[in-house]
Each structure stands twice: as C-alpha cells, then as structure tokens.
Design a protein around this ligand. Structure first.
Ligand SMILES: [Zn+2]
Length: 242
C-alpha cells in the first residue's frame, strides 16, 4: 500500500508520497521527480504529523521545483510576440487573423506562424488555438521520440514493446510492466538532452524496476550526467505548459 498525503499552502495543494526506509537513515528527504510528483523518504518510525509539517516547512522550495498541483497556469493569449517552448527553445508566435475555417500552425525558421479564423474571439479563440498547438506538439512528439528511444535502447541493450504519446498531467513518462513506454506530449517542449534523460529513465526500468542504486547505474550507462539533467528538468516544469 502506498502512503500518500496532501498539505495545503496558500492556494496550492502539495500531494506527496511517502517512502519508508530503514532506521539508520535518520533524516527526511524530499524530492520532486516530475511536475506534481513529490516523494518524501522518511524513517519507518517518523509520525505522519512530522512528515506533514516538514512538507509544509519546505513548501516554498517544493513549489519552486514545481511539486505543486495548482500552480497558476501561464496566462496565454496566443498573440504575436508570445513564445512557447519547443525542444528547449522559446519559439515566438506570429499570429494572423484570416478567413480560414480552422486554426493552422506552421513551424518555420524557429517561429510559429499561426492563422486564426476571424470568426473566433475571446475564450473560443484561445481554446481553439491551444487545442491546435496541443495537436501540433503531439504530432511532433510522435515523429521525434521513436528515433531517440531506438538510439538509447541500443545503448542499454533493451527493446521496448511500443511507444505511446499521452496527455498525462502529472508525469513526463512512464513504463508499464509489459514494456510499453508512455510519454507526455509535453516532453517535446524540453531540450533534447532532457528528452534523452527521460527516455533513458524509462528504458532503464525495463532492466530494473524502482529507483535503486542498481537502477541509476543503468541510467548512467546511457546518460553519465543524468543527475544534472534531472535537476534541469525539475526547473523546467512550469515552462512546459500551454
Ligand atoms: Zn522511474
């Protein structure tokens, strides 16, 4: 059974999972592994209240590392001059209103040329544009991830069963017991080095489940500087939203 909890800090809720570990480690350790995924490693005997008060005490740090579920989403208007992340770079939007029937997105010289039907305005316009961008990112993820997976799989000597692109709000990626990798379409917003880390992270689970030292040794075979990349990924969090 997994031990979980939630604490509230201002307008935000921090959900966490508790991993109990043997007595010899006396300290509580909090990590944010991906947006909204907070893990507290605690000695077996630490009372629940102590865990919650420690999470609360470190709330600001956790939120900075994007471990909160109700972070304010960016107030996107999808107008010229705004930018969105793609492969770790900020790509500027150039938006035109046309008499087209649907929103179209063209990625050209590291700029998004967006055409929006003049029949749309306000929330409708924003929602339609956001939906079109989500589809664009999903398509790019589906095009680009398989090659990266193949390459890293080669380095680790594993063979995944398949790759699925999903909308998983709280995680970047996962690996199911049957060997299928699922990626959040938002991963394609991250820099290639970070995508490779995520790919290696999931592929390494085909060899070792859980996050033991043995597991990280497998990740390191493909990504020797995985710790640094993992840290950068945590900082990315809020940027990878639409
Ligand atoms: Zn993992």
């Amino acid at each position: 059974m997994t031990e979980e909890g939630t604490v509230h800090f201002g307008d935000s809720a921090i959900h966490f999972q508790v991993v109990r570990r043997p007595r010899r480690k006396k300290t509580l350790e909090i990590t944010v592994d991906s947006p909204g995924v907070v893990t507290v490693a605690a000695p077996v005997e630490t009372p629940r209240d102590d865990i919650e008060s420690t999470v609360l005490k470190r709330a600001k740090w956790i939120m900075r590392h994007n471990g909160t579920s109700e972070q304010a989403p960016p107030h996107r208007r999808f107008v010229s001059g705004e930018s969105l992340q793609y492969l770790g770079r900020a790509v500027r939007l150039s938006v035109r209103t046309t008499d087209a029937k649907a929103v179209t997105i063209r990625f050209h010289h590291w700029q998004f040329d967006v055409e929006v039907p003049c029949s749309l305005s306000g929330d409708e316009r924003r929602d339609a544009t956001r939906t079109a961008f989500e589809q664009w990112y999903r398509d790019r993820a589906a095009q680009k991830l398989p090659d990266r997976v193949d390459r890293v799989a080669g380095l680790l000597g594993v063979r995944p069963k398949g790759i699925l692109i999903r909308d998983q709000r709280k995680r970047w990626a996962s690996c199911s017991p049957d060997g299928t990798l699922r990626f959040n379409w938002r991963v394609i917003m991250a820099a290639p080095a970070l995508i490779d880390y995520l790919v290696a992270h999931e592929l390494a689970h085909l060899k070792v489940r859980g996050h033991s030292a043995d597991y990280w040794a497998v990740v390191a075979q493909a990504i020797p500087d995985y710790q640094r990349r993992r840290e950068r990924l945590r900082e990315l969090g809020h940027l990878a939203t639409l």
